[in-house]
Design a protein around this ligand. Structure first.
Ligand code: NAD
Length: 336
């Protein structure tokens, strides 16, 4: 069997999840990896059996080529993207990149233009698009009268990675983490018409509850208007200590309620019936598999979140951040 030869850029927490998925695939070989932190580099080399090991993406991309690698998995801090995607495009190597793909929207536009020009296969790590529960919602919603309220939330504590503590290095919780639910809203309800957002700080004390550099939002709440009389609120919060509410999306239509509990279960309520469905698949495995299959077969329709589409979610996240700063409603241009 011809194996798809994968190169890894970054071997941090999230890439380990991709590695676990890739190691389960008999038709994939992790051939090369790049990681500046020695301990992570060695441990990823041990786990994957990769033969060609580099200290960073520049070394890897200098030494490798389209003849030695069929695909790249890029998983670095949001501010570390540098020229890795542009070089991959230049070399013609398809890539899967984690969200948020960068915090530099000009760079993201350049990357999207390069991908378009080369017609390159890409995927972004919006794992929830591959979740069976989200697919059930996507099929169920159009069967009912359009219009209603959606309440979304991702409220909890502060993730451990250093770069999460500063808004300038993570983009804020909405852009870094709750972008999953933001993207879910776009996936289920189409492009938003407008967003208004507020944020708050002062609950989390830097140096006490978080690192001394902590300056990101303790919480934010966005209000999105969509076509067809759908309106969604989306709350992000990282000020809770050891507790969290039910997070996810609550979709309230006139004859059905879809209560999606973040990556866990979906409670569907109608007048006479309530069903509770547990998550039945490993969505990161399915995302990575879809990307590998797209590379193998050339069938890009398998990828549910190519770079260009994911960039729309990123831009909506940044628009919400702008609304938090200015207090203004941001209106989006309607697509033809
Ligand atoms: N899809 C998801 O559900 C999901 C979940 C968690 C994190 N993420 C995203 O994945 C990305 C990585 O997050 P993480 O939690 O693994 O962070 P992390 O800090 O644990 O890992 C990032 C790694 O990238 C390495 N790196 C930095 N610059 C590099 C370079 N030039 N070449 C090679 N490696 C380099 C770092 O040394 C680090 O080990 C972030 O964008 C994050 O938002 C996605």
């Amino acid at each position: 069997m011809e194996k798809i030869r994968v190169g890894l850029i970054g071997c941090g927490g999230r890439q380990r999840v991709n590695i676990n998925a890739l190691l389960q695939m008999e038709d994939v070989e992790i051939a090369a990896l790049a990681e500046p932190i020695e301990e992570r580099r060695i441990s990823a080399a041990d786990a994957t059996g990769a033969k060609r090991i580099y200290k960073n993406h520049t070394e890897l991309l200098d030494k490798e080529s389209k003849d030695s690698l069929d695909a790249l998995f890029i998983s670095v801090e949001p501010t570390a993207h540098d020229d890795m995607e542009l070089r991959a495009i230049e070399m013609g190597i398809p890539f899967m990149v984690e969200k948020p793909m960068t915090l530099d929207l000009d760079l993201a536009d350049k990357i999207a233009a390069g991908i378009r020009k080369k017609n390159l296969i890409t995927a972004v790590g919006f794992q929830d698009r591959y979740l069976d529960l989200i697919q059930m919602m996507k099929e169920e919603i159009p069967r009912h009268k359009a219009g209603g309220i959606i309440r979304g939330s991702w409220i909890g504590g502060i993730p451990g990675v250093w770069w999460w503590q500063k808004k300038s290095t993570c983009g804020g919780q909405l852009v870094e983490q709750n972008i999953h639910l933001l993207d879910g809203l776009r996936y289920l309800f189409g492009e938003p018409l407008s967003v208004y957002a507020v944020n708050a700080t002062g609950i989390v004390e830097p140096g006490v509850d978080a690192s001394p550099e902590y300056d990101t939002d303790d919480y934010s709440i966005c209000l999105f208007r969509f076509k067809n009389n759908f309106t969604a609120s989306l709350a992000s919060g990282c000020y809770c200590k050891g507790i969290q509410p039910h997070n996810g999306l609550l979709v309230i239509l006139n004859d059905i309620i879809l209560d999606y509990r973040l990556r866990n279960n979906l409670i569907i309520k109608t007048k006479n019936k309530t069903v509770d469905i547990m998550r039945g698949n490993d969505q990161t495995f399915d995302l990575d598999r879809a990307f590998i299959d797209a590379v193998k077969t050339g069938d890009r329709s398998l990828v549910r979140s190519p770079y260009e589409d994911a960039l729309k979610s990123l831009k909506v996240g940044f628009a919400a951040n702008r609304s938090m700063e200015t207090g203004e409603v941001i209106y989006f241009e309607e697509e033809e």
